[in-house]
Design a protein. Sequence first.
Length: 272
Amino acid sequence: MNGIASQARGPAFRGFVAVLTILAGTGPLGAAELASHRAIYSLALGPVQVPGAFVEVGGAMKMELEKTCEGWIMGQDMTMNVVTAQGQRIEQNLHFTAWESLDGRAYRFAARRKTGDKTESVRGRASIGAGGGPGEAAFKLPEARTLSLPGETLFPVGHTRWLIDRAMAGERRASRIVFDGADGQGPERAVAFIGRRKEPGEGGALGPLTDRPGWNVRLAFFPQDSRAAAPEYEIEIHQLDNGVATRMVLDFKAFSVVLTLEKIEAMTPPSC
């Protein structure tokens, strides 16, 4: 069980947070203007890289993202059930909450992961210097420690906005240092490979929030200072221009998980 569960430990938290999306209204949007939403995704088994190891994946993920007058409140709850070829059933529950300031300089986060009878928690805060200067992350759990963040580091909301900007500009490859703190580790380098622009209707629609143009984006994640040729994990996203992700594929090396958007609704923006 431990070996199988480890396939979805750090990558599961980082993967689900990396695709965190923000919406900020349902009218015409400018470049990287995002809006609040609540969404439900189903989970299913995708391509398996280790034949015969895994036969079924199920579960669901709920995401809630709300803009306030000072920042963004993010929440994720995910239950993933994995069945092995030997009939072993493993359930993993992930919970993540965070707050990011509107200017992208301040960030707070808390995460909890439960696999079987084992529960692990992470909590802390981080900040970036003025003008994108170096910053610091301070963890309270699982133990008190601090680490440095390089200049130009982005937190989840800022990274979503930056990535959409790159896609709108027609770029096909973009790289940036990101930090979410979800699994207690340090910042990562996220390398994005961006496909052609898809017009509304090509990826299906669940109402006005999903009837938008977008791109297929492949994100490869590496430790900040790594020189390895292969990433630790990868994510494929159908990313719309308003921040919504209608489909995601999380590649955990041994197996992959497909998340499909089943339901989405707009959340009322604040009156500031």
